[in-house]
Design a protein around this ligand. Sequence first.
Ligand SMILES: [Zn+2]
Length: 690
Amino acid sequence: MQLRRALLALNLGTGTGIHVRAMSMSTSNTPMNTSTTTQHQQAQAFVDNFNESYAAKHEAFENQFWGTKMALKGTNESPYSTDLLSQTKKEMEDFLSDADVLVKAKNFRDEIQKQDTDSDTVTDTTVTDTDLWKVLNVIIRTCQCNEFPTPEAKSIREQTNAFEGKLEKDRNEMKLGYTNSKGEFITASSVGLRTTMRTSLEESERQSAYDGLRSIGDFVCDHPQGFLEVVKLRNALAKKLGFGDYYDYTVQNAEGFSKAQLFEILDGLEEGTRPLMVKARQELQERHGPSVLQPWNTGYMMAGSVVKKMDPYFPFSKAVENYMRSYAAMKISYAGATMTLDLLDRQNKYSNGFCHWPKPAWTKPDGTWVPSITNFTSLADPSAVGSGLTALNTLMHEAGHAAHFANIRQPSPLFSQERAPTSVAYAENQSMFLDSLVGDAAWRAKYARDVVNDQPIPFDIIEEEIRSTHPFKVFQLRAMLAVSYFEKALYELPDEKVTPDNVKALADEIELKIQGGLSGRPLLSVPHLVSDEASCYYQGYTLAEMSVHQTREYFMETDGYIVDNPNVGPTLAKSYWNCGNSRPFLEIVKELTGKELAGKAWIDALEEDLEEHIGKEKKEYDDMIEKCRAAAAGDGDGAKEEEDDLDLQMTVKFVDGDEIISDSSKLGLLGACREFEKFVADRVSVAAAN
Ligand SMILES: [Zn+2]
């Protein structure tokens, strides 16, 4: 700590990041000393310049990403278009793939290391402790992930980007929907189709919604310059770069280990949970009859009735406030971040929730803190049954990403940008840990309240949901695995076999093999497959879920509870968040939990006896109800909390496309939530009147 402060003081004085050893040498007057200082100054100037340029290019691209994904109108000063999206992406990629930058960074690093080793001045720190060293290394790692060593490789990449941009735009504008029981065609996004499939009483509607989801696969595969061309181009690029295929290339960049190693881990999970999957499918059939195994019936029959019963306790309008209250109770801070939230579904909007950062958080060399600027989106249709809970899950998830990246405290924006070399598993671990709370009876006892009577959700409903879902939780694991096994098989196909018929058949084959039958979420409807940022990415969710269970187990063993535990935010910030991508994911998980990352905690949770599980959840539910009662009856804390604003150290703006709904810098966080609630209520009453 002491040394860091010395460095910082030096930075302030000279604008360089000279480490302590160089500083001590600068008091003598040898030629070597001067050259060392100059070398460090040059390196620091290079690093400073790099950081500022990167931040600017990153921001330009991310603004286009948001504008085009949200289908914003734009203005003369800041227009949005897919052309500008490709252009700004190219500018950012050109910068990161500039061979000159990589060479310079390596030279500076080697020189500094050499001088450090040559120097005979002994201090208790070395160059490898300095920010300068750290940033040079992250520049090298990042540029290596973006390297296009030949013009040919680069041109393949550009062509891929152009195809992807067009395909995504066409996919967003694709006419989707289902035929209702009256024979009318109802327009619905993929999210709407999934909701219909989960909740509609009419089997024909559910089946039609499923067909609608399947049609996405036809659309992307049959598109003339579509997904299959993109797959071939991605593979061609990976091969030019010396990798077996694109999946291997992506895994190595993102996780730092090979596809073969990854599938050793995944094969273990796959084999370890296959008997659970077979058993769960049998159990499902015994409970509901064979038609439950039709992909459009499974989700509905498993949870259809309980979803409706739960719905009043998960009103979408309260989702944002509940997320903020529960994060605040865990003492999560956003470190001065500004967040723009576009939460409602609408036509032409990108069909998957996401969280991105036009401004990654970082600390400048003079110690100035740059707080993050975050955009995030979910796809709520507040009038649809079950959508409140879905949206809440997305919200807790994306807000978890936002909290994580807001708290990365490193000397370059490269540590807090979400692409390689940032591990997908590392990023998803944080968001999935936080969204897992919504499933806890303790969380529901406090936050799942009916807006009309202000009563907590009764445990009976929670128990019914547990009974209808716990034995089948393995399906989620298998669904995650299916995406990875599909992408593995897809990128291993030789080019001539990458045809629409083959690829569609392959998707069905993997669903049968991994999920035991056709899936309610057809593989080819998964948006991650198409999008560059998210393709060959799903294994990250699987590794993250392993860690989520392991991290939950850690908090349960250490503190006995997670929901509203004020230790959670500071612990996550210290152990998982502050370091950004400067440390390997597997290492930080091991350091916090004391164990190597493994599937055991997850498999244990899946195998937990149903009655035992219900018993535990009941106890946690009762404890929380009692805590809330005591708080309300005690010294009036409950009432006080209601009036005070929440301390999340962030500014939030709610938007709906181009429209600004509310802004916490004017109204406070709770004030902004109230405005948002009003907006949602108006939207619902308009929908009801139509
Ligand atoms: Zn995520």
